[in-house]
Design a protein around this ligand. Sequence first.
Ligand code: GDP
Ligand code: MG
Length: 177
Amino acid sequence: DDAFDEECDYLFKAVLIGDSGVGKSNLLSRFAKDEFRLDSKPTIGVEFAYRNIKVRDKLIKAQIWDTAGQERFRAITSSYYRGALGAVLVYDITRRSSYESVGKWLVELREFGGEDMVVILVGNKCDLSESREVDKEEGKAFAEEEGLCFMETSALKNLNVEQVFLQMITKILEITS
Ligand code: GDP
Ligand code: MG
């Protein structure tokens, strides 16, 4: 609300990236509104959501940007990344190809993003363990090699979603202050 805006200590921009269908929009709606959608709603243009949170006595306004399907055509522009202090790079643990794309997304992040951007690698849909195609250990080891944080989530079951964003914001705060 407005009163909070005025008292806010920091405004952080972060972006969601990863292949189409991995659950980016649902992770964001979980975090911002505690909502989940079974259907994937196609939208036009970039969208973002805000959430105000308190971390270590600081009031932070987190502005999280979500793509509107441009990732399908690998057509995310540099303005999407501009000013972003954090990124949540998502793959789907039940779709190996989305994990294999992570390297490409990292190249793009490193090209357009700031140097000390906080990146969290997220393996989403961990509720679908019977269709798992990427082991948790594999994602974790890759993240360690690349110097990224790592978590598995379920936007559907609301597992670890809050933790992903909180970890990212806390790390940004450490770097910024
Ligand atoms: P985006 O294209 O990356 O934004 O992906 P969406 O958020 O639109 O999700 C794509 C599809 O995956 C939708 O049908 C969602 O309902 C589904 N989905 C998203 N997150 C999860 C999850 O954690 N578990 C399961 N089982 N399905 C999910
Ligand atoms: Mg989406």
